[in-house]
Design a protein around this ligand. Structure first.
Ligand code: T3D
Length: 263
């Protein structure tokens, strides 16, 4: 088995990034943070990469911060704000800003920052046996990696408060029924289905998908009036691109579209 903390597969139009510290349920030590940042660094500028699949090796997706990696040393006052600034905040910002669909295949437990990393992705599939745990309160911390922003929006305030204050596990099926994730899949089928989503999305009109992501992100703060103007502007942009011409032509010719991904 590879000792690299992150595995990167370059597929035809997509990348698969696998967190690879299975012995500690892919918890983040500094080495893994650095490797994930490197794996994601050039994706936005790589026109050949039109979808990203994120998953974990072994029986867990990610158990959040590696609690054995010097985050707490008896007798020393930790500066967690500094490590959040250095590692988790850039990671979540990067994931959210990628102009391509980000699919997350949650293959097992997702705890702490690992749960919120998964929820920051665009489409989350989870193995039926997976669990999401806002583990922070169990160790005297507060949710980070966007959890307090994502959760109320995904599942509402009542559920967000209960699961963050209690730190109870949410099963994949519960997560799906609450709208926290897109879909639960049988464990054995997870990676096949996640890859199929990823390869499908990698062939779609990537530029338009990026605009859809932008519109949904901006809707978090916009009024309906502002959003209508934004949709007008983005539609104007999409309509001038080659993929709109191809999409309409393919429809009229009753054949599958061959999108370039460009705007
Ligand atoms: O600035 C900063 O850096 C702060 C940032 C904080 C962000 C955070 O993510 S805080 C939250 C950190 N994460 C946790 O508190 C979760 C801790 N883990 C657990 O509660 C449990 O491991 C799980 C519920 C996730 C899974 O339980 P289970 O029973 O399936 O597995 P296990 O036996 O507990 O874990 C398996 C192994 O992974 C075990 O090692 P061993 O005994 O086999 O050698 C365990 O110690 C290790 N492991 C699991 N999580 C972590 C970990 N090792 C280090 N850090 C972990 N987070």
């Amino acid at each position: 088995m590879s000792m690299e903390p992150v595995l990167v597969e370059l597929g035809d139009g997509f990348r698969v990034v696998t967190l690879n510290r299975p012995a500690s349920l892919n918890s983040f030590n500094q080495e893994m943070h650095t490797a994930v940042a490197a794996a994601l660094a050039d994706i936005g500028g790589d026109a050949s990469c039109r979808a990203l699949l994120l998953t974990g090796a072994g029986r867990g997706f990610c158990a959040g911060q590696d609690l054995a990696d010097g985050v707490f040393t008896p007798g020393k006052v930790p500066d967690l704000a500094a490590t959040i600034d250095k590692n988790y905040n850039p990671l979540i910002r990067k994931i959210r800003e990628l102009p391509i669909p980000v699919i997350c295949a949650v293959n097992g437990v997702a705890a702490g920052a690992g749960a919120n990393l998964a929820l920051a992705c665009d489409i989350v599939l989870a193995a039926r046996s997976a669990k999401f745990i806002q583990a922070f309160s169990k160790i005297g911390l507060v949710p980070d990696s966007g959890g307090t922003w994502l959760l109320p929006r995904l599942i509402g305030n009542a559920r967000a408060r209960a699961i963050t204050l209690l730190g109870d596990a949410v099963t994949a099926e519960q997560a799906e029924s609450w709208g926290m994730i897109w879909k639960t899949v049988d464990d054995a089928a997870l990676m096949t289905e996640a890859r199929s989503f990823t390869t499908h999305l990698a062939k779609q009109p990537t530029g338009a998908l990026a605009l859809i992501k932008r519109a949904l992100d901006l809707s978090e703060h916009n009024t309906l009036d502002q959003q209508l103007d934004l949709e007008r502007d983005l539609q104007g942009l999409a309509g001038r691109g080659p993929d709109f011409a191809e999409g309409v032509t393919a429809f009229m010719e009753k054949r599958p579209a061959r999108f370039t991904g460009r705007l």
